[in-house]
Design a protein around this ligand. Structure first.
Ligand SMILES: NC(=O)c1ccc[n+]([C@@H]2O[C@H](COP(=O)([O-])OP(=O)(O)OC[C@H]3O[C@@H](n4cnc5c(N)ncnc54)[C@H](O)[C@@H]3O)[C@@H](O)[C@H]2O)c1
Length: 284
């Protein structure tokens, strides 16, 4: 097994199965403290990357093998606060030297499903800031290092909501659609400078955002769930978001494996794509 079913336990890869893809390389992962970002961090470390993790929430080092602690540096901060993106990159360079080979933009927040007639300024501003502005600022901060080496790989974690208008509220949907636009723009602009930029579009994932949706819970954008708007979306979610024998939830490590594939040489001609990781939910 290359991955655990949940990243919320100590990650113990079978080293014999894992190639040293990241030997001598540095990756930055935003949203590293839980869910998909945690799984990506665990898997990149297993592939021998040095990883700088950025998150507003505390990181639990018990979830990493002790052997990996020296290859991991965590910096706590709200990436939407002024200067924190640049500070994170500065700290990465101070710890691992002046190279950034990989950026994985994972940090994100769900909205409260509110529609265009009801979305509050608070929800709109927060969701756009975390899900769209931060990834673009992160790319702005790391691209100079990638240009310098004429080599680099960026993965933006979008969502089925980046293509569909029927799975989230207006703020989340617009933020993830925007992230696809930014991904394509970066892919084209820097295609001749050795930099690739791709997006993954997870469906319903067994992590905190996915669990909150499956349980009909609340958003993490600081506002109450909008039941009227959710009622319009619920039938689409029922096709995947609730685990059953025929529609098992996808694990964070399965998303992380797809991200590692996109980072690897096997994907060297893949640039500017939006790759669903959703067991066909996105074709509905
Ligand atoms: N879980 C799903 O079903 C699902 C589906 C599609 C897309 N996604 C996307 O995947 C990504 C990760 O989702 P997840 O389910 O692992 O969620 P999660 O809540 O487990 O992890 C998100 C992480 O981002 C961090 N974060 C949030 N705001 C931040 C900020 N301002 N500064 C720094 N860190 C911040 C959180 O602290 C958290 O550790 C998100 O971009 C989400 O939109 C998730």
């Amino acid at each position: 097994m290359l991955y655990n079913t949940s990243p919320d336990s100590l990650f113990l890869p079978q080293q014999s199965n894992i190639d040293p893809l990241g030997f001598g390389k540095v990756a930055i992962v935003t949203g590293c403290s839980s869910g998909i970002g945690l799984a990506v961090t665990q898997l990149l470390l297993a592939h021998q990357f040095q990883v700088c993790g950025l998150d507003v929430a505390e990181f639990d080092y018990h979830l990493l093998r002790e052997a990996d602690h020296g290859k991991f540096h965590f910096h706590k901060g709200d990436l939407t606060s002024p200067g924190i993106v640049e500070e994170g990159v500065r700290i990465c360079v101070a710890g691992f030297g002046p190279r950034i080979d990989v950026l994985v933009n994972v940090a994100g927040v769900m909205d409260n499903f509110s529609s265009a007639d009801a979305v509050t300024d608070e929800v709109w501003d927060k969701v756009m800031a975390v899900n769209l502005t931060v990834p673009v600022k992160m790319m702005r901060a790391v691209i100079p290092f990638m240009k310098e080496k004429k080599d680099g790989c960026i993965i933006n974690v979008a969502s089925t909501a980046a293509k569909s208008g029927a799975v989230a509220g207006v703020a989340y949907t617009a933020s993830k659609h925007g992230l696809i636009g930014a991904t394509k723009n970066v892919a084209w602009r820097f295609r001749n400078e050795g930099i690739r930029c791709n997006a993954v579009l997870p469906g319903a994932i067994d992590s905190s955002i996915g669990k909150r949706i499956a349980q009909g819970g609340s958003s993490n954008a600081g506002s109450a769930w909008d039941p009227e708007a959710f009622a319009e979306i619920e039938p689409v979610h029922a096709l995947q978001a609730r685990p059953s024998e025929t529609t098992p939830t996808i694990t964070p490590h399965e998303v992380a494996k797809t991200i590692v594939f996109l980072i690897s040489d096997n994907a060297r001609t893949i640039n500017g794509v939006s790759l669903p990781v959703d067991k066909a939910w996105g074709v509905v």
